[in-house]
Design a binder for this molecule. Sequence first.
Ligand SMILES: Nc1ncnc2c1ncn2[C@@H]1O[C@H](COP(=O)(O)OP(=O)(O)OP(=O)(O)O)[C@@H](O)[C@H]1O
Ligand SMILES: [Mg+2]
Length: 395
Amino acid sequence: MGERILIIDDERVILNLTCMILKDRGHVVFTADSAMEGLAIVAREQPALVVLDYMLPEVDGITTLRTIREQFPRTYVVMFTGKGSEKIAVELMKAGASDYILKPFSNQDLIDRIEAVLRLREAELHNIELRQEREKLIAKIANWNSELEQRIDEKSRELEKAHAEILQIEKLASLGHLSAGMAHEIRNPLNAIGLFTQLLQTELANDSEKSEYLENIMREVDRIDETLINLLALQRPTDNERTPVMINEIIEQVIADNQARIAARNINVSTRFLRLPPPLQAAKNEIAVIFSNLINNALHATNPGGTIVAELDHDDTRMFVSICDDGCGIPEKNLNRIFDPFFSTRQKGTGIGLSIVHRSVRDHGGRITVHSEVGSGTTFHLEFPFYLSDNDRQA
Ligand SMILES: Nc1ncnc2c1ncn2[C@@H]1O[C@H](COP(=O)(O)OP(=O)(O)OP(=O)(O)O)[C@@H](O)[C@H]1O
Ligand SMILES: [Mg+2]
């Protein structure tokens, strides 16, 4: 295929002759008889090849050669030199010429050398393109790799989280079974102690000192019983029949149940129902236990005069509830232990509340997370789906 070739020579005869020979071979030929004119044509036409005379008036051939090679690296240069100037020819090759042709030349020699350089040029340019392509591909692969690594990291984190959840559930399941069994066994003798204490109370109604001892015994019996009831609740309830439940009503009921404590400690409890969600298909008792525990914990954590806010919102598929207090907060080292059964920092706490909350939330296909800062307060965020997918449904 023909290429664009420029001949720069101040000898008209050479210009015409070379032009004719090269056109004959199907090339597109430009001519110039000075370096200045030649450079202008190179800039405009970007030829594949320049055949350049070494002996030019004004600007010499080697300077022109360097300019072309520097500014237009895709344009190759073949030099014309006079006989006896082989030393110069070596200089020219060093300065970027692809070949040189000694004058006078034979037509065939001219054609052979020029077309050899054109073939070399094509191969070299193709090579450069391939190299660029390769570099682009390498960059792309590096990019994919880092994306992949990122995704693997993300998935690993998700897996770790899921694993922690499973661990939590298993812990509760095995502990629940054991402690519920024990609780059941202890409640019978405890009931007996309670009954006999009550008998003694009527017997000794007139002895104020002994009556007080008995009252103490009764109080402690009641406390043990409360703990045992909590332990029993650890075992999965059997009658968790799902009915439409209005969460706002449950929250309000829990607040009303605790009104005496709230008033006594002058705590400001408020609700912020941004949008009233439709009813949730849920086990009403379990939902009540969830909010009773969260609000109770918040009441324990807040100082007199503190604030607790229950917030409610929803979108098309999920309901969002948060219980926020400005109480003591949870130290970071405890944050991943608070849902563990029997983890408690309260002197009279059993540490069962949040593990039951966690299980009940999961039973309803929901999620619970906590944000807390020591000294500023704690917020529990809960999320329940309106429709349970098979994935959400716990076995
Ligand atoms: N709102 C809160 N602010 C600060 N700490 C909290 C809050 N809620 C929970 N905690 C921390 O988490 C621990 C575990 O709570 P959880 O409800 O499981 O047990 P508890 O309240 O100690 O005992 P109980 O079984 O009687 O509820 C608490 O002892 C407390 O340290
Ligand atoms: Mg609690």
